[in-house]
Design a protein around this ligand. Structure first.
Ligand code: ADP
Ligand code: TRP
Length: 327
């Protein structure tokens, strides 16, 4: 990949669909935070998208706040990255309509995420169907260059490029920047049952779980019945795979050797993992508790972020309005 110019705009959206788990942390959040200095980073909480699944006002407000507080607690620096709520930038919904008018039905009909969600039982609302147009507006409104996403969202970025191209061609104008997806390379983090950790499978370990609750969760990780003395295959063990996320290369090699040598029981391996998780999130957990006690700081960050984001979006949407003749 060519080196990115320092001015490249990175943008990603995070749905506020529940407590973040350590799969979300290693799979997405950590990259977002690490990237904050690499370019001009915009991160927003996709609360409009979440309305396709959460229809409880208080819950949505709480989840939205919690995601913002989690990012800040884990080191997102609002001076370097712009953190905001999707719904605080009305230009995005304005742009969604402009994009829909140049979007062939077939483009949305091919979106696999819609079909998957309906197959899993979500109501087939028009909002869910047009979800990719709202996501395209999220991306295009800020002239985003790079969109870091998980594999399931890559098609949505492709759809965004198609919509941007369709608009530019229809009005014979270079209104939108064509963004590129950047696939998060993180390994899939397993849940306590060994399947992919996911909110929808109920197998997650929440990032800020502590004390007895964290212990209980870690102790519930499913292992096989190999006796303590027997040699064990580290790669087949969920406890090891989780531990590896927190370990240095040397620590990982050392632990793998102890698995293979035999004599390490799963109970002890779990205790070591527990200590790692506890230590890794200790500072963030404390900061998270402070932010929960002082919601006004989080609100101020989101308000300032929205002002910065809106200033960009207004210009882009005005460009689009002028091109299509509604301004
Ligand atoms: P969930 O499956 O819990 O609903 P989301 O689909 O909301 O999680 O994912 C939010 C982000 O976290 C995405 O970028 C996704 O790639 C990442 N993510 C979620 N679960 C995992 C996992 N088990 N391993 C790695 N990354 C994950
Ligand atoms: N659809 C994304 C998800 O479910 C969230 C999202 C909304 C997003 N708008 C975006 C991600 C724009 C990247 C860019 O994870």
């Amino acid at each position: 990949m060519p080196a990115l110019m320092s001015t490249a705009r990175f943008l990603s959206g995070i749905q506020p669909s529940g407590e973040l788990h350590i799969g979300n942390y290693f799979g997405a959040m950590r990259q977002h935070i690490d990237n904050q200095a690499a370019g001009d980073s915009f991160y927003f909480i996709a609360n409009y998208h979440a309305l396709t699944t959460i229809q409880d006002a208080e819950l949505l407000r709480r989840n939205t706040f919690d995601v913002a507080a989690s990012y800040l607690a884990m080191g997102l620096d609002p001076q370097r990255a712009t953190l905001f709520r999707q719904s605080d930038v009305p230009e995005v919904t304005e742009l969604t309509w402009l994009l829909l008018t140049v979007t062939p039905m077939g483009l949305l009909e091919r979106a696999v995420s819609y079909k998957d969600k309906v197959a899993r039982g979500l109501p087939a609302s028009a909002g869910l169907f047009t979800y990719p147009a709202l996501m395209a507006a999220d991306i295009l409104a800020y002239d985003s260059d790079v969109v870091p996403v998980g594999a399931d969202q890559v098609q949505h970025v492709e759809i965004t490029r198609d919509m941007a191209g369709a608009f530019n061609r229809t009005y014979d104008a270079e209104v939108f920047v064509l963004p590129a997806a950047r696939l998060n390379q993180a390994k899939v983090v397993p849940g306590v049952d060994g399947q992919k950790m996911s909110k929808s499978y109920g197998n997650g370990i929440s990032m800020f779980l502590a004390g007895k609750k964290l212990k209980k969760r870690v102790m519930s990780i499913v292992t096989d019945s190999t006796p303590v003395e027997a040699p064990k295959d580290p790669d087949a063990c969920t406890v090891f795979r989780l531990h590896a996320l927190f370990a240095t290369d040397d620590e990982r090699a050392d632990l793998a050797a102890r698995y293979r040598a035999g004599g390490l029981g799963y109970g002890d391996a779990k205790k070591e993992l527990l200590a790692k998780i506890d230590a890794h999130f200790a500072a963030g957990r404390a900061r998270y508790a402070e932010l929960q006690a002082d919601p006004s700081y989080v609100e101020d960050v989101l308000t300032a972020g929205a002002a910065r984001a809106r200033a960009v979006a207004r210009q882009v949407v005005d460009r689009a309005r002028a091109a299509c003749g509604v301004a």
